[in-house]
Design a protein around this ligand. Structure first.
Ligand SMILES: NC(=O)c1ccc[n+]([C@@H]2O[C@H](COP(=O)([O-])OP(=O)(O)OC[C@H]3O[C@@H](n4cnc5c(N)ncnc54)[C@H](OP(=O)(O)O)[C@@H]3O)[C@@H](O)[C@H]2O)c1
Length: 380
């Protein structure tokens, strides 16, 4: 009886705690972001920047920048090209990529800028791109994982994994949710496949992954694609095709899908992945860094967060200000940087906000990586 009462109380407190935690994370992120992520905050932080940090030349170094035709990725590619690097712009659209390439070549005078067309939401395309790219057998000094998106609706790609239950006669394929496919799965697969080329540039190679301050609002979860199938369902799945079918419809109808939350979860994974890569590959001479750009005015923000973009437009950073720490990370000697760390405005930044209870969740990263290996067919 006593046990029952306690259980009832705990189970009613738990949603309340979750609600309060969520409210705290959102409020803390809003206040912290307003004080630190805006253009005025960048100008304030830049008073501590050292101009000599940005004077290194990159002639003879090869850099890959994903999503380089727009916003922060474009500014990063231009910044690297202006310092003499050979830059490979990985873009999904040939037209948009060519237009950006020609602008960068004429702005920097650097003709060693190349376009590679690859849709990073497709594992098939990533593998085919990497198989051709690797055949050049050249060292890669910096991989900038910048491509990303915030899709507000539950959109799926044409690829996926088999979700059929062994004891069910019904067979289904789960297509990949788009935010996850690009921000997490594509980023993971590209980085793992690029590793042999990065090792060729060791000990001067680095992976810079562009996360978002939005990740402060989220803990790491194993529910990578916002599914509704939980343990109980797995049990029921084994017993009833009808139940399986109902859950299938719920899962893929997109109801209750929140793109902003999914994006934050994706960006949290990038931070935890960076930590794990640093640990796993610490003897390979490759540094792994995540960074976030603050709040910058870009085509991506205008499309995905129109009211945020409109309300804060005066206060948003330029794409160049957003890309500043990417370029800084590409230029610094590795011994000045901490592999696995998160950077913001040319300094190491906290990965968790106070009292947000997000830190412990990073212990789930091994399970997440196992899943990414299975889903991508790329094994670390
Ligand atoms: N702007 C901000 O305030 C802010 C804040 C935090 C984090 N970030 C992060 O910064 C990065 C750049 O964002 P942005 O604001 O510069 O947005 P953006 O202007 O939309 O740039 C995103 C880039 O990623 C590319 N991309 C999207 N899906 C792709 C795919 N399937 N395959 C290949 N490329 C793809 C886009 O290509 P298309 O042009 O073809 O769509 C574009 O080049 C993202 O990772 C974003 O999460 C931005």
């Amino acid at each position: 009886m006593l046990t029952l009462q306690i259980q009832v109380r705990i189970s009613s407190i738990s949603p309340l705690i979750m609600f309060l935690l969520k409210a705290w994370r959102t409020t803390a992120f809003g206040v912290y972001g307003y004080l630190n992520f805006t253009k005025p905050a960048f100008l304030e932080h830049s008073k501590n920047f050292k101009s000599e940090d940005m004077q290194t030349q990159l002639d003879g170094k090869n850099c890959v920048v994903t999503g380089a035709n727009s916003g922060i990725g474009y500014a990063a590619a231009e910044g690297l090209a202006s310092r003499g690097a050979t830059v490979y712009m990985v873009c999904r659209s040939k037209e948009r990529g060519e237009a950006a390439l020609s602008k960068i070549c004429s702005a920097t005078g650097n003709q060693n800028v190349h376009l590679e067309v690859c849709d990073l939401s497709s594992i098939k395309e990533i593998k085919s791109f990497m198989s051709k790219f690797s055949s050049k057998d050249q060292p890669i000094h910096a991989l900038v994982n910048n491509a990303g998106l915030l899709e507000n609706n539950r959109v799926t790609t044409s690829e996926g994994c088999d979700l059929s239950s062994q004891s069910s006669s019904v067979s289904f394929t789960s297509q990949f949710e788009l935010n996850f496919a690009v921000n997490v799965l594509g980023t993971y697969a590209l980085t793992e496949l690029m590793l042999p080329l990065l090792e060729k540039a060791a000990p001067d190679a680095r992976v810079i992954t562009v996360t978002s301050g939005g990740m402060y609002t989220s803990q790491l979860t194993e529910d990578l694609q916002v599914t509704y199938i939980r343990k109980l369902d797995v049990y029921l799945l084994k017993t009833s095709d009808l139940w399986y079918f109902i859950k299938f419809l719920m899962q893929f109808s997109g109801s209750n899908f929140n793109g902003v939350e999914q994006y934050a979860r994706n960006k949290r994974i990038q931070v935890a992945l960076t930590e794990k890569w640093a640990e796993r590959y610490k003897n390979k001479g490759v540094g792994f860094y995540s960074m976030h750009p603050g709040w910058a005015e870009t085509p991506g923000v205008a499309k995905s967060l129109p009211s945020f973009n409109e309300k804060l437009s005066e206060k948003l950073r330029t794409s160049e200000q957003g890309a500043d720490t990417i370029i800084w990370l590409a230029l610094q000697p590795q011994n000045k940087l901490a592999s696995g760390a998160l950077y913001f405005d040319r300094a190491e930044a906290p990965k968790h906000l106070p009292f947000a209870a997000t830190k412990g969740s990073h212990s789930l990263i091994d399970g997440v990586i196992d899943r990414l290996n299975t889903l991508s067919g790329v094994s670390a």
